[in-house]
Design a protein around this ligand. Structure first.
Ligand code: ADP
Ligand code: MG
Length: 728
């Protein structure tokens, strides 16, 4: 057996299994070894059916005679029943409340069943009762054939390891994976695999070698073996992510940048015109950025600040620095609404400098400030005209949506790129924007300069995760809200308390405030989808609120399927106070700024992620009035409530992110997938020491060997690895 052998060369696979393996992306035998268990269970001893005693915790292998769903013996609770048979006898497996478990197997299939033997008293019989397996775990082992023949080479009496439980998919059970992996390990395949983790690091941190770790992760004898193995693989994952990111940064920085020497006097003069003093955090951020500007290597910085912390002002001041130095600025935002809003904010900040023209480019049209006719306002211009002026360097600040990255958009001397809500863009989109100079100049200059990059985000993520996935960015935290902001009062509201909450909201509306109502869906539920039935649609909710709850107020509706023009209209009516209540899907999540809106209702709160809820709540953190956030939820279950409670408790995004990390059971709701991390990598994120160690080792390695000349196998591995990098 060789690592590159296809699984199908060594295992007889039914068509459904072939499909399942494809879905799990398991192709080669090596892939099997790298498919790790999510957790470990206890191995229950195996018995024949006639040997079973009441109270036994056992595993049986048997054929399914019958599987059915019915009502329970006495009370009318739903029940699943499976009759099982082996060579020695028959026994029933019974599930109360979870009748569907009986559907996991079909008659004539073989099944592995493990659980506790219980007894049902039979009234009419005097002695004994009827034995059954109560709520056992069951899985079909058909496709494997009869247990007797399939596992004949194994002596299961000798089992003395923890039973691995693998993530399953239809067609491939955890048990199948367990036995397949065991077969591969028995062939000692693990001994011939390349260990990419440098030996010095393995020694230094006392990690198991690859071969050992593979055995320990798949069939550990003790919990500490499994933990050691998981630690090793987690370390490896973080280490390689760090290496990739840090190398990408080195490459980016090799391009050189426009050196921008911003005169503090000019910036100060600009800042004093703001209708507010900067927070300490904003000033510090501006200082860090303008310091980066003076270096010949381009800045790659992440500005992470809670919603409402004032990132736009930081963007504006630093943009001024770049413009005064003769460069151009591109400022990209993920939605039209947001781009327009930044455009308007920038106009208010730059109004006294009419020579600094500002452009806006979105799918909905192009605008320019100032307008020739009205020096205080902006004007609609053609895309061609706008692009011509931008290419000539006549419009030094260009704000826009994804429209900014189109090929036709060319700059004269792009010095500074700002990406707002950076997580909302794909890697390629971000990369395209920072490579604009290469596009424009590739034919004329040998090496184009790279713009300084400021990525901005309000996504509250834990520090360890930030260090990992943003390993290529320097971090600036805006950890201070403008003075006078009050905490948003957050309340979890059950169905029973809904009307009470509405009464309070009515009072607020009557005193002149405005409200957001966020719904999980746009349209009427699709009755074919069970889940959809329980969630509110924005359209229906808008109608209901207007008719039944708030007939005296004006209600508006906005969602992603509206035409840009209509969307804009509704948003501006809300901003100007014509609309009292804005019913919306989560499109308002990012950036929308309506200071008079002090109430936000979130319907089906349990359906949103914590980070998203926090961002939504930030919408009403814009004024000095007390703001309220109502989390309407029908779920009373513990896990969901713990999540929502964290939201009531956490003071800021950073605190919330840490709480969220703690609440994530391994492999549960929190898949690291959105960050490009495996479940194992997510486990590592809980361990700051490990993340810091992996980062340190990656930094050291690149310091001593930036080209990886002496680390050929690491280079090889990095070349294979696909990874999310922010500007390559
Ligand atoms: P975010 O960080 O979420 O992008 P914004 O830049 O949209 O926040 O700022 C939110 C609001 O706070 C805006 O109305 C802005 O004018 C205001 N603001 C920004 N900085 C300050 C400050 N230092 N003091 C008071 N208000 C501020
Ligand atoms: Mg913002």
């Amino acid at each position: 057996m060789q690592a590159d052998d296809l699984i199908s060369e060594h295992f007889r696979l039914a068509p459904v299994q072939v499909k399942a393996l494809e879905k799990l992306r398991l192709e080669s035998v090596r892939d099997l070894l790298y498919y790790f268990p999510a957790r470990y269970g206890q191995v229950l001893p195996e018995k024949k059916i006639t040997e079973l005693l009441v109270g036994d915790q056992v595993t049986i292998y048997a054929q399914v005679v019958q599987a059915k769903v019915s009502k329970a013996w006495k009370k009318k609770i739903p029940m699943g029943e499976v009759m099982l048979e082996d060579q020695t006898g028959r026994i029933k497996a019974v599930w109360f409340h979870q009748p569907y478990l009986a559907k996991k197997v079909a008659p004539a299939h073989f099944a592995r069943v493990s659980g506790k033997v219980a007894e049902r008293k039979l009234a009419r019989h005097s002695g004994g009762g009827e034995k059954y397996l109560a709520n056992p775990e069951i899985e079909s082992v058909s496709g494997l054939g009869n247990h007797e023949t399939l596992f004949a080479d194994e002596n299961d009496a000798e089992i003395n390891y923890l039973l691995p439980v693998y993530p399953e998919t239809r067609g491939i059970s955890s048990l199948w994976l367990h036995h397949a992996v065991k077969k591969v390990l028995k062939n000692n395949l693990q001994e011939n695999l390349t260990d990419y983790l440098p030996a010095e690091i393995i020694r230094k941190y006392n990690l198991p070698k690859l071969a050992t770790a593979l055995v320990w992760i798949h069939s550990p004898r003790t919990e500490s073996d499994s933990l050691a193995a998981r630690k090793r693989f987690a370390f490896e994952e973080i280490f390689f992510i760090q290496l990739t990111r840090l190398r990408a940064k080195l490459n980016y920085q090799e391009q050189g940048a426009f050196v921008i020497k911003a005169e503090q006097k000019n910036l100060d003069e600009f800042i004093t015109r703001f209708p507010f003093p900067l927070t300490g955090a904003q000033s510090k951020a501006i200082k860090q950025i303008t310091e980066d500007f003076t270096k010949s290597a381009p800045m790659t910085r992440l500005l992470e600040g809670d919603v409402g912390s004032g990132k736009t002002a930081v963007a504006a001041v630093t943009a001024l620095g770049a413009v005064l130095a003769g460069g151009e600025v591109a400022y990209m935002a993920p939605t039209e609404i947001l781009a327009k809003q930044h455009f308007e904010s920038f106009i208010s900040y730059f109004r006294h400098l009419p020579r600094v023209q500002i452009g806006l480019i979105t799918g909905a049209g192009c605008y320019k400030f100032p307008s020739k006719i009205n020096p205080n306002g902006y004007t609609n211009i053609s895309r061609t005209q706008l692009l011509k002026w931008v290419a000539n360097g006549e419009i030094p600040i260009l704000i826009g949506t994804h429209a900014l990255i189109q090929k036709a958009v060319k700059f004269k001397k792009l010095a500074y790129v700002i990406i707002d809500e950076q997580h909302r863009f794909g890697v390629m989109q971000r990369a395209k924007l920072v490579r604009k100079n290469n596009e424009t100049h590739s034919s004329t200059t040998t090496s184009a300069m790279a713009p300084h990059l400021l990525s901005m985000t309000a996504t509250p993520i834990p520090r360890t995760l930030a260090l990992t996935i943003y390993g290529d960015l320097d971090l600036t935290l805006l950890d201070e809200l403008p003075a006078g902001r009050k905490q948003v009062k957050t309340e979890i509201v059950s169905e029973a308390e809904r009307n009470k909450a509405y009464a309070h909201i009515k009072q607020e509306l009557e005193s002149g405030r405005q409200a957001f109502v966020i719904c999980p869906r746009i349209d009427e539920p699709d009755p074919s989808k069970e889940l959809a039935l329980q969630t509110k649609s924005a359209k229906a909710e808008a109608r209901r609120l207007q008719e039944k709850v708030f007939p005296d107020f004006t209600i508006g509706l906005v969602h992603s399927k509206l035409k840009p023009r209509n969307k804009e209209e509704v948003m501006s009516d809300f901003a100007s106070g014509k609309i009292d209540i804005l019913v919306s899907t989560s499109v308002v999540e990012v950036g929308v700024n309506v200071p008079n809106a002090t109430i936000i209702i979130i319907e089906g709160a349990e359906r949103f992620g914590l980070a998203q809820l926090h961002q939504l709540r930030g919408r009403v953190l814009r004024s000095s009035h007390q703001a309220h956030c109502y989390l309407f939820t029908s779920k009373a279950s513990g896990q969901e409530n713990a999540r929502l409670k964290a939201l009531e408790k956490a003071k800021n995004g950073f605190e919330l992110a840490e709480l969220d990390l703690k609440l994530r059971g391994s492999g549960s709701l929190a898949s690291g997938k959105q960050w490009g991390l495996s479940d194992l990598g997510m486990e590592a994120i809980k361990n700051i020491k490990m993340v810091e160690a992996a980062r340190l080792e990656a930094q050291n390695l690149l310091k001593t060997d930036p080209e990886l000349k002496n680390h050929k196998i690491i280079k090889e591995k990095l070349a294979e690895q696909k990874s999310e990098i922010h500007f390559e």
